[in-house]
Design a protein around this ligand. Structure first.
Ligand SMILES: NC(=O)c1ccc[n+]([C@@H]2O[C@H](COP(=O)([O-])OP(=O)(O)OC[C@H]3O[C@@H](n4cnc5c(N)ncnc54)[C@H](OP(=O)(O)O)[C@@H]3O)[C@@H](O)[C@H]2O)c1
Length: 324
């Protein structure tokens, strides 16, 4: 008998969900997709070979054959549909940011616990070999004791006025929840420490206060850490600097299925070399990992508490920021 695959339903026909089209999965059956527009659901389902299509997210959630829900909706809908899915006894995989704030994620966590379903936030980069290898190189001592880490992610979309939900404040837009949360998660991942905020800077759009770029400095254990995120430049990289050298990731946390590289520079011996990594579909790996957790009844490491800590860092950044 073939091994059971977890039946997933996808809420919405988001661009990011298209990364799953054409992949062959272990443990996962893409069983249903829902859209506000049935034509979009049908087109997506035909392309992705998904049998069930629904004209509303609620109808998909009501389907008793669906065991887990993937929620790549705009940020302001994560809370509502995570709660509805948990109450319908579906396991919940929600895109980052898991919620708009710590209070929402706490309530999502409670709903998942009381309905005995698993919760995971979709930080796809955690499934890419390149970033786990960067951490491993640090742990092996190659660049000596880690001292500074710098992270930047920005898309140059701020001048467009509209760019889907990202530039709409009422849809949970803004660079902090879109890109800043990656920085928060990445510092905690790479340093294995809970960062303390030193100083933060924030620039908001005049008309409506949407956050357009931000910078923050933290102390995470012994490490000085900075994150920069925004909608006014095109950047996606990180630096890890230790007592003996540095690691530079020029492609950083991009979700695209492209090869990746780490550039290592050991200053004392002036040795430079690179480690290369083949393209991986991190969204596929993330879904497969969550399905395995469901099958093994095991809590995912990207759980609600991890999401709460990231959101807390973002809240502290915004509340204490010098407005520039
Ligand atoms: N982990 C990553 O690497 C990564 C990368 C990009 C995005 N994300 C996250 O994934 C989520 C989706 O991002 P995306 O860029 O893929 O979004 P997108 O292409 O704009 O798709 C969002 C989907 O949500 C549905 N929707 C429901 N209400 C909506 C509204 N009022 N306005 C717009 N769309 C609405 C739409 O589906 P229907 O019309 O079919 O109902 C739409 O296709 C976000 O939470 C984002 O932060 C994560």
């Amino acid at each position: 008998m073939p091994a059971h695959r977890i039946h997933f339903g996808i809420l919405g026909t988001a661009s990011i969900a298209r990364a799953l089209i054409g992949e062959r999965f272990h443990h996962v059956d893409l069983a249903a997709v829902a859209s506000r527009d049935i034509n979009k659901a049908n087109a997506f389902a035909d392309e992705a070979n998904i049998p069930l299509r629904y004209q509303s997210y609620d109808a998909l959630i009501a389907d008793p054959t669906i065991e887990a829900v993937y929620i790549p909706l705009p940020q302001h809908l994560h809370y509502e549909y995570a709660i509805k899915s948990a109450k319908a006894h579906k396991h919940v995989l929600v895109e980052k940011p898991a919620a708009l704030n710590t209070s929402e994620i706490e309530r999502i966590s409670e709903a998942c616990k009381s309905n005995d379903v698993l919760f995971m936030e979709g930080f796809m980069y955690r499934f890419k070999r390149v970033h786990n290898r960067a951490k491993e190189i640090v742990q092996e001592g190659t660049i000596g004791k880690l001292r500074f880490v710098n992270f930047a992610w920005s898309h140059n979309i701020g001048n467009r006025g509209h760019d889907g939900f990202r530039l709409e404040k009422h849809l949970g837009g803004g660079c902090l929840l879109d890109l800043g949360v990656y920085g928060a998660d990445w510092i905690r991942f790479i340093t294995d420490a809970e960062p303390r905020l030193f100083q933060s800077y924030l620039h908001r759009r005049e008309e409506d206060g949407l956050d357009l770029f931000a910078h923050a400095t933290y102390k995470a254990g012994d490490v000085l850490a900075t994150i920069t995120c925004g909608y006014t430049a095109d950047a996606n990289y990180y630096f890890l600097s230790g007592e003996k050298g540095s690691i530079y990731s020029p492609v950083a946390l991009s979700g695209r299925k492209i090869p990746n590289v780490l550039q290592i520079h050991l200053l004392g011996s002036d040795t430079k070399y690179s480690e290369e990594f083949p393209a991986e579909n991190a969204y596929k790996l993330e879904l497969e990992y969550f399905a395995q957790c469901i099958k093994n009844k095991q809590y995912p490491f990207l759980d609600a508490e991890n999401a709460r800590r990231n959101l807390l860092l973002i809240e502290e950044l915004a509340e204490n920021a010098i407005i520039i």
